[in-house]
Design a binder for this molecule. Structure first.
Ligand code: NAD
Length: 489
């Protein structure tokens, strides 16, 4: 499979100035896939300079023309679907059935959505005093720095770059070191689509050096970050130098509530998807199961038997339902939460270890894990970011609302109930940027995505995203230029 392995700067694939590289590993067996150029501070400077040069022409291009390029990119993503899916599976460990069925189509969908959006961002006219016209336009913010994590690297290129480019900004995007391959492939497709040089620059790099430099850069007007809450806090500090705009999509600890009137087969299936899809490496994972005590046993019978039957294996095998975690360090982190469960007096109901299959011994696999613990325990409060779900029970709506809102996070959460009135009431009471009723983890480029509390601020997707990537400009006109404006003297 041909892989792009160089930095994409100013429309060209180039080596890092000092020749640095990253070794990219296959999470299935930790064998080397390839070496990829690793951007350093000097390369970030080159990328930002290219984006700055490209900005005026891109901003002034007719919006429909920017949209046309994004639509072309969406087509190219579809034309290259098989290759993109294979690269993403190889690099991240997502099962090929998911990259083929979800990641790639959603990526194309998102680029297409924002391609269509480019010429639909309108300003407004404000009804002000007679004799004056006040209109408001939306202006791109300029050069945007974007930092993305390793859990959905392909899809996140579209979530981040789609709205930024549609709105007329130029971009320097930094994929995570461990998963740079599909983002670089997108650079190749952008060049093929005809994006002008410098409009997009793709620079895989370490967060601590190059990432920090990008977030601090005085020529970057906005930083959009997806990643952990701890790094998100640093980004806010880095942004202070030139008071750049900040958008933060951070961690989560999704409450997934099953009421006693839920349709249980659907709730069991949906709850398994909520936590085990992508090995639980999702900010919106339903990682806290809150079960009504009347159905808890019946639910758990079905849920544990489903969890125990999930087929783990090589992500490139179409039969695989769950692949390895993306890195050994993530595997270690998840297994450490199994130890913490025991230390805190909790119980592991299933999983809690690597699979016994010797064929998976060299990979970053962890079995689907379900634990019972106290709501205040670390495993019920901290983001594990793996196939690891805690279980608590409740007996009333008031109690479960309090439980659902008892962590510092507020990104996504779900509930399962056939009582519409209860569903709407509880959805309204959940302190969460997104709530799913009788489903989980639905996303669509038209629907705002983001959180509250330690899950960050700002919204991706939809019109909200276009506002995130534009500033309002208010223009006042004295319509009758013969009449001097009022001046008290
Ligand atoms: P991370 O915070 O370690 O890294 C995210 C990105 O930031 C990477 O590109 C990394 O290189 C970079 N980075 C690291 N340190 C940096 C620094 N000091 N300065 C600048 N950049 C730096 O997170 P991760 O482990 O890659 O991803 C998992 C986290 O991402 C989880 O907490 C997850 O919940 C979160 N996430 C959030 C969303 C959302 O939309 N809210 C979506 C996916 C993942």
């Amino acid at each position: 499979m041909p892989l792009q392995t160089k930095l994409f700067i100013d429309g060209e694939f180039v080596e890092a100035e000092d020749g640095s590289t990253i070794t990219v590993l296959n999470p299935h067996d930790n064998s080397e896939i390839t070496q990829v150029a690793q951007a350093q501070v000097a390369d970030i400077d080159r990328a930002v300079a290219a984006a700055k040069r490209a900005f005026p022409a891109w901003r002034d291009m007719q919006a429909a023309e920017r949209g046309r390029l994004l639509l072309r990119l969406a087509d190219l993503v579809e034309d290259n679907a098989e290759e993109l899916a294979r690269i993403e599976s190889l690099d991240t460990g997502h099962p090929i059935r998911d990259t083929t069925g979800l990641d790639v189509p959603r990526t194309a969908f998102t680029y297409r959505y924002f391609g269509g959006m480019a010429d639909k961002v309108q300003g407004s006219v404000v009804p002000v005093e007679p004799g004056f016209l006040n209109y408001v336009t939306r202006e791109p913010v300029g050069v945007v720095g974007q930092i993305i994590p390793w859990n959905f690297p392909l899809m996140f290129t579209s979530w981040k770059m789609g709205p930024a480019l549609a709105a007329g900004n130029t971009v320097v995007i930094k994929p995570a070191q461990v998963t740079p391959l599909t983002a670089l492939k997108i650079g190749e497709l952008m060049a093929e689509a005809g994006f002008p040089p410098g409009v997009v620059n793709i620079v895989p790099a370490s967060g601590r050096t190059a990432g920090q430099h990008l977030a601090e850069h005085p020529d970057v007007q906005k930083i959009a970050f997806t990643g952990s809450t701890s790094v998100g806090r640093k980004i806010v500090n880095y942004s202070a130098g030139n008071l750049k705009r900040v958008q933060l999509e951070l961690g989560g600890k999704g409450a997934n509530i099953v009421f006693d009137d839920a349709f249980l087969p659907g709730a069991i299936n949906g709850s398994a998807f909520a936590i085990f899809h992508n090995q639980g490496q999702a900010c919106i994972a339903g990682s806290r199961l809150l079960l009504h005590e009347r159905i808890a046993d019946e639910f758990l019978d079905g849920f544990l038997s489903l969890a125990g039957s999930i087929r783990l294996g090589n992500p490139l095998d179409p039969d695989t339902e769950m692949g390895p975690l993306t890195s050994t360090s993530q595997q270690k982190a998840v297994l450490s939460y199994c130890d913490i469960t025991y230390q805190e007096g909790g119980e592991i109901l299933i999983g809690g270890k690597r699979p016994d299959d010797p064929g998976l011994a060299d990979g970053n696999y962890v079995e689907p894990t379900v634990v019972r613990a106290q709501p205040e325990d670390r495993v019920c409060q901290e983001e594990v970011f793996g196939p690891f779900v805690s279980v608590n029970t409740f007996s009333s709506d008031e109690e479960v609302i309090e439980l659902a809102n008892s962590t510092e996070y507020g990104l996504g959460g779900g509930l399962w109930s056939r009582d519409l009135s209860r569903a709407h009431k509880v959805a309204g009471a959940m302190r969460s940027g997104m709530v799913w009723v009788n489903c989980y983890k639905r996303v669509n480029p038209g629907s705002p995505f983001g959180g509250v509390g330690s899950s960050g601020y700002g919204r991706e997707m939809g019109f909200e995203a276009m506002h995130e990537y534009t500033d309002a400009k208010s223009v006042w006109v004295n319509v009758d230029a013969q009449i001097p404006p009022y001046y008290p003297r």
